[in-house]
Design a protein around this ligand. Sequence first.
Ligand SMILES: *Cc1c(COP(=O)(O)O)cnc(C)c1O
Length: 421
Amino acid sequence: MNSEKLFELASRYMPGGVSSPVRAYKPYPFFTESAKGSRIYDVDGREYIDYCLAYGPLVLGHGNEEVRAAVREQLEKGWLYGTPHEKEIELAKKITNSYPSVEMVRFVNTGSEATMAGIRLARGFKERDKIVKIEGGFHGAHDGVLVKAGSGATTFGIPDSKGVPKDSVKNTLQIPFNDAEALTDTLTENSGEVAAVIIEPVMGNVGPIPPRDNYLSEVRKITEEKDVLLILDEVITGFRLALGGAQEFYGVDADLTILGKIVGGGFPIGMFGGKKEIMELVAPSGGVYQAGTFSGNPVSITAGLKTIEIIEREGVPGRINELGERMRTALREILADSGVEGCVSGVGSMFKVFFSAGGKEVRNYADALSCDKNKYLRFFHTMLSSGIFLPPSQFETNFVSFAHNDADIERTIEAYKENLG
Ligand SMILES: *Cc1c(COP(=O)(O)O)cnc(C)c1O
């Protein structure tokens, strides 16, 4: 069956025909047959160079052989124990070694779960209810953070989801990204009531928006001064920008860190971790409850361990950051030559063309929202026809992986040139 038929069928059984909103685009999304390295193949016999990469986890590209072998070996020994096992300690050690601010961790199954529990922990530790998040920041799909949320919530025009009780979000305060003054003002107005500030160090779910100058160190300083915990959501940046994530890359630290995506090597995972003094409040050692049947399952842990081992051994962040830089430089030139209104945003292996009016730089959610998302969708389709799979939304990030070679990059730059010109 071809993608069109499959989508028709899928739409009968699943809302919008998909298991996660952003995957749906008009007239129908391609259905995947298989994927390998930098390539993804659809059931209609087409091949694409993949820059969506499952929205972040596949830093090594698709189907890495070493990860496959490690997972196979683990499958022989079982895939779910419901007991502790040694590899959890190994992965915890890898993480704590790479992230000096993280002394203890709890493994969960998704990034959403990790931010939900991380926020609960911060509230439990500070015994305060309010949190501050960034407008357009995305921390998963649970009630307390679905206000002005990025990702599919923004793409589909529902950044404040229906079905979220007002009471669930009355303690969620919002400030714009890259505006330290707004943070100071909000924490001053709500003095003694805010438990934590949760922030993506590089916004990744409204398209990539890097922090300006010293923004992150200012955030760190302000949160310390105001006695509020800083939660860095490194679900995208962790093990990507550097082994030690944005914390190493920008030289900041956090009270609590959220990881996911790459840490599971393409299998479901999430993690929250931080200072021992805070983490010891998590059950069973403390009174903040958190639990999960699949948490710490040996398959996700094994895939994550192997992936991090390769990232370290092969210097993956250095390589993909260089490819990202090459891509951004080329795209800036192409945009300038084409006369198309837009800008190139990103950092490290994350990049994106925003169709911003007058080519204005995108520095926060409001800037991203002002971009021409319909123009982006038309562009997405022309790129798809040229064999390049970008995320189907102006508000998602393009990633380069370790599996992308120089020829892939060249071909992609050519496709941008043709389709933007
Ligand atoms: C993807 C993402 C999440 C949610 O992770 P899931 O595994 O999809 O639940 C949370 N925070 C950020 C920054 C993300 O990019």
